[in-house]
Structure formats: C-alpha cells, structure tokens
Design a protein around this ligand. Structure first.
Ligand code: DGL
Length: 355
C-alpha cells in the first residue's frame, strides 16, 4: 500500500513540475532572431584576428547555442534569412528581410524581433525597417565589430543585449533599435563611426539608453516618426526607386553626376561638404537633372549637424530637397521609401523633416 502511495505522490510531483515549467515557458516572451550574416557570424583563423577574418560563416543555430543564457530571457527561435557580408546588401534583400519582419510581428506568439547583421550597412537596414514596419513591438538590429573567434569578441554580449531589449515591454514603441557596446541606439540616428573599434556605433543625438546585465536603462525617446506611426508600410511596397549617392569634394568633375544621372535614377543624393555645399560648376548639372525629373536631395558628407534649407543653396528656387540631419546613405533610404508614395518636392521635404 505504501509503494502505491509513493508512486501516486511521485506522479503528482512530476505533473506539478511540468506545470511549473510550462507556466514559466508560457510567461517568457518569444523573440525571433533573423540572421543575415556579417561579422557577428564571422570566423577568424586565430584569436588574435580581430580585424582579419571571414564574415558570414556561422549559422544562426550555432550563434544561439553559444548563448545558453538566452534561455533565462526569452524563448528564442532562429531563422537564417541570408548569410552575407552587409556591404553586399541589395534593395531586393532589404525588401525580403522587411517582409519577413512584417509577417512575424503580426503573429500573436511573437513578442520581439532581433536582426543580426553586418555592421557596414547595419545603419541603413535599421533605418529602412524603422520606416516601413508597422508595429510597436521591439525590433533590434545587432552586429559586432569582432568575430566570435577573436579575443574580447563583442558579438555574444551584443546579441544577448539585443534579445533582452527585444523581449522587453519597455522597448515597445521606441522605433527600431540597435544594441552595440552596451548602448541602445535609435536605428534612425545611429551610424558606424569607427571601422575597427567595438565602440563604433554613435548617434550625434546620443543613445536612447543602455542595457547592463540584462536590464534596460532609458534616458530619451525618439521624436521622429517611425514604425507604427509611419505612413509607409512594407506590405504596400513592391520595389524601391533607384536613388544613388554622389559625394562631392574639391576639384570634383561633373563625370559621376552625368553617369549616375543617365542611369534611370529617380533621385540623386548629393553628399556635399559643409552644409551640403554644391560647387558652382556642379549647380547647373544638378539643375539639368532636376529638369529631367530627377529629384536632388542635398545632404552633407560632414558626420554631424544638419543641412539647412535655402542656406548654402536656394532650394526653393531650384526645387531641391534638404536632407536635414541624415547622412547620404540614410538620405538614400528615405528618398527611396518616400518615392514609393510621392514625387512632389514639397511632400518629399515634409517627409525629410518628419522622418
Ligand atoms: N563585411 C562587413 C559586414 O558584413 C564586416 C563588418 C561587420 O559585420 O562588423 O558588414
């Protein structure tokens, strides 16, 4: 009789334990990690190779297996969307990635998204998602400056931080975020500022917060339109208009502007010195392009500050658009997205002020 009682007790205990685990699992948020490649998936020949290595080698499952600590944060699922070095991203790949993010955030059983990405164009992808994904759920783009095989690699902690933020209710509604080097940056504002330091990603307006030992500390929130508050939606975008960037410098010839102008572009981002200055010999070239229906977006190659409309150039008179504080590579993203909705200059300028 006693054995029967003991068995009954053990079965009861087993069920109780299973119920506890199930409840704990159910209580944990679900985060989907979409892997695209980059250094965070890179591998070098030795631990001393922090800058010489092959990007886009390690599959997402291996990245996640290497971080058992994630089990305490969320139920994490991985998908390998691409396995590329991010300098090779194309508009088509941006659209594919955004469509997958859009589908996942619509699922009730998905609480947040992490995108692992090469750092070279991470800022462009983060801004693109910020513009076209209609959700308030956290979306965090993350990379690393050193491969996981290197001494003092930064990828594991960056990825852990990204999952923490993506699993956090307090990260909702803040737009697309980037977690690098303990900081939580706005996907709109952040850029890669140093090509070989882990402290590389900066915004001239500062980070939104920090994530330390699995906890978020917020200090500000974005004021520009994004995600759920955006007028753009990836579900309505089939293709992105060709928009190219041409940098300007002393002695710049018209060659590049002529060549790019003949390639069927809808807008040209002029990456000028200073406050978006345009050399006097280039002004008529841009005016000619404008007369052919190509929009001119006046940006600056200077990292910080912002381009003032009608300061260096009479934008009203020339019917040009000022890129505000967006660096040329981000101005290209916004122009391509804006042109899916309008080709009116005043509307384009409104969009550059608001996003
Ligand atoms: N090839 C670069 C990229 O994929 C490596 C840089 C990195 O990911 O940190 O963006």
């Amino acid at each position: 009789m006693r054995i029967f009682k003991l068995e009954q007790w053990l079965v009861g205990l087993a069920f109780a334990l299973l119920a506890t685990v199930a409840a704990a699992q159910a209580a944990k948020p679900t985060v989907v990690v979409l892997a695209t490649g980059g250094t965070i998936a890179g591998a070098g020949a030795s631990a001393l190779n922090s800058a010489t290595y092959a990007a886009a080698k390690v599959p997402v499952d291996k990245l996640l297996v290497g971080l058992p600590e994630l089990a305490n944060v969320a139920t994490v699922k991985g998908e390998q969307v691409f396995q590329i070095a991010s300098e090779s991203f194309t508009n088509e790949q941006l659209l594919t990635l955004a469509r997958r993010v859009s589908a996942l955030v619509k699922q009730a059983d998905v609480d947040g998204i992490v995108v692992t990405h090469g750092t070279d164009t991470l800022e462009e992808t983060a801004y693109f998602l910020n513009l076209v994904i209609r959700t308030s759920k956290p979306i965090v783009v993350v990379g690393s400056m050193r491969p996981g095989t290197a001494l003092s690699a930064d990828g594991a902690l960056n990825l852990y931080d990204a999952v923490v933020v993506a699993a956090s209710k307090d990260a909702a509604g803040k737009g697309v975020l980037v977690t690098m080097n303990d900081e939580i940056q706005s996907g709109r504002d952040v850029s890669k500022n140093v090509n070989i330091k882990t402290d590389s990603f900066k915004s001239q307006w500062g980070p939104l917060g920090m994530v330390v030992e699995g906890k978020n500390y917020w200090f500000r929130a974005p004021v520009k339109r994004h995600t759920a508050g955006s007028e753009f939606n990836i579900d309505d975008i089939t293709t992105l208009a060709p928009v190219e960037v041409v940098y300007s410098y002393g002695n710049v010839p018209r060659t590049a502007f002529d060549a790019v102008g003949k390639s069927g572009i809808k807008a040209l981002v002029h990456g000028g010195p200073g406050n978006g200055s345009v050399a006097d010999r280039i002004v008529p070239v841009l005016q000619e392009l404008r007369s052919q229906g190509v929009h001119i977006i006046r940006s600056s190659r200077v990292p910080d500050g912002f381009v003032l409309r009608n300061a260096e150039q009479p934008d009203d008179k020339y019917d040009w658009v000022a890129a505000h504080d967006l660096r040329p590579q981000k101005a290209r993203i916004l122009a391509a997205v804006a042109l899916t909705k309008t080709s009116d200059t005043k509307e384009l300028q409104r969009i550059f002020w608001e996003y």
